[in-house]
Design a protein around this ligand. Structure first.
Ligand code: ADP
Length: 496
């Protein structure tokens, strides 16, 4: 807190980039008495001591956001949009630094941070800035009275993000929340807190007024819990696990704070005998991206029996061709998992599945050659639909394969978990694609493709994969309080 001494130990240089790992509250850096150690999954090296916030820091950040809210909400849309474009410019200027720091921090591939993720971060800011300028509802008339719907900013928003795509997911929430005229307190995950600190620098350099964006660092059950239970918070957006979502929704319920929850998945990847088999195999191997630490991953391969053997043969060849290694190396396809606890968790799922009779036809354990936090890309067969490995999200490079004989059976297996985030469909028959898609429980269905995501599209999940949709104007629906103003005709009757 402001009164406490600022110690030099809480700032760090990561991949050659200076990172201030204190909180960012009301336009100034604020240290906590306590810190936590942030380690790189690449080599286990301590990267930084990061300020460990709690109730006091959460309170200060929400107060700063509340104080900045009236001014930001009243800022004309065009000016808000201009500032968000300036943030995007800053992200682009520092793209290489952001990519390097993110890779050091969460172990995901540098090449995808450089070429995919960080450009997307900038695009998130630009997209929601532009969307703001065209955001409108139709005006309409009721018996001579005009109806005008306006998008009022809601107030301070708390945004809680996970470690698998830290800055991508932060920007996906921060950009629409700010565009809508809200102020923000961002709490990044404790396993990958660094790029949020850099985003605070970028926002300040872009000229965002003090208190509009605040960053509180800390652990989930300390800083996170204090933020989501704060009564002055008007929106909570969370991406993460189901158990944490339950706690957050519970805290939000006490204050009736609206929540948007983007949770996990156990998405099916259905391969019909009429599919382009090489394409289907490519799609399946893609599910190992980011070492399988992707909520959208289609981790349950459901393959029509008649082609299962050939599919497996080609899959094994493609999986063996993946290059595991240092995520900073351009040639690497598979980096480490994020944390020792995550590696152990993944391995626990696989051990229990093997004990229950599963067969590892590909991989099946940590990568002993590379050591560290690398897990071998794994494919398990002989798994029962009601088994843990089929029902629970592993969040690692672990796929299961089940077979089916009919379309009905395929759909039944596909829908047979408590999740409903995404589904991938490989088929050469467009009519089948339509039929099956209509029956799948999923927020997104990809037909003969994967991970194509347009910011205009709604994004979210059904069942335990989440509540609500973000993206396009759905983000503004969530981050705004909609108001309908009904005006009587001039000189007309006072009642409609
Ligand atoms: P995982 O289990 O995948 O590590 P979580 O869903 O627990 O991830 O964490 C995602 C984010 O939620 C992180 O930023 C974490 O700090 C935060 N978090 C964890 N517990 C809580 C909580 N009780 N209240 C608010 N945020 C939390």
């Amino acid at each position: 807190m402001p009164e406490q001494p600022r110690t030099a130990a809480v700032t760090a240089v990561v991949a050659g980039v200076p990172v201030d790992t204190r909180h960012w509250i009301g336009g100034r850096r604020v240290a906590s008495a306590g810190t936590f150690t942030d380690r790189s999954p690449i080599d286990g090296r301590a990267l930084a001591e990061v300020s460990r916030g709690g109730a006091a820091e959460a309170g200060a950040a929400v107060a700063a956001a509340a104080a900045a809210f009236p001014g930001w909400a009243a800022t004309p849309r065009a000016e808000r949009a201009r500032l968000l474009h300036a943030v995007a410019d800053g992200v682009q200027q520092r793209l290489e630094e952001l990519a390097q720091v993110e890779t050091a921090d969460n172990g995901a591939l540098l090449r995808s941070h450089r070429r995919g993720v960080m450009p997307r971060v900038a695009h998130n800011f630009r997209f929601f800035a532009d969307r703001l300028l065209t955001l409108d509802h139709e005006d309409f008339e009721t018996r001579g009275h005009s109806n005008h719907v306006s998008w009022d900013p809601a107030g301070p928003c708390v945004l809680i993000t996970p470690w698998n795509a830290p800055l991508m997911l932060a920007s996906w929430k921060v950009a629409p929340a700010l565009a809508a005229g809200n102020t923000v307190v961002l709490k990044p995950a404790e396993w990958s807190p660094l790029t949020a600190s850099l985003l605070a620098d970028i926002a300040a350099e872009a000229g965002l007024p003090d208190g509009v964006l605040n960053v509180v660092q800390g652990l989930g059950d300390e800083a996170g819990a204090a933020l989501v239970s704060h009564p002055d918070v008007r929106r909570i957006s969370f991406t993460g696990s189901v158990p944490t979502a339950r706690r957050i929704a519970g805290a939000a319920a006490a204050n009736l704070t609206p929540v948007s929850l983007e949770l996990g998945g156990k998405s099916p990847l259905l391969v019909f005998a009429d599919a382009d088999l090489d394409l289907a195999v490519d799609l399946a191997v893609e599910q190992y991206d980011n070492a399988g630490q992707v909520c959208l991953a289609g981790t349950r391969l459901l393959v029509e029996s008649s082609i299962a053997e050939e599919f497996l043969r080609r899959f094994a060849v493609r999986a063996a061709a993946l290059t595991p290694g240092d995520p900073r190396d351009e040639a690497t396809d598979l980096g480490p998992t994020v944390h020792r606890r995550q590696l152990d968790r993944i391995d626990g799922f696989v051990r229990r599945a093997l004990d229950a009779g599963a067969r590892a036809v590909v991989g099946g354990g940590p990568d002993e050659d590379l050591g560290g936090l690398h897990y071998r890309p794994t494919l398990l067969t002989d798994v029962a639909q009601d088994s843990e490995i089929v029902q629970e999200e592993v969040f690692g490079p672990v796929l299961t394969l089940q077979t089916f004989d009919t379309e009905d059976e395929a759909v039944e297996l596909a829908n047979g978990t408590r999740f409903g985030l995404a589904a991938v469909l490989a088929t050469g028959d467009p009519e089948r694609a339509d039929r099956v898609t209509a029956r799948l429980v999923a927020g997104t269905v990809w037909v003969n493709c994967f991970f194509v995501r347009d910011l205009r599209a709604p994004f979210g999940g059904s069942r335990h994969s989440g509540i609500g949709r973000e993206g396009g104007s759905w983000s503004f629906d969530f981050y705004c309080d909609l108001k309908n103003t009904v005006t009587a005709p001039k000189g007309g009757p006072g009642h409609g």
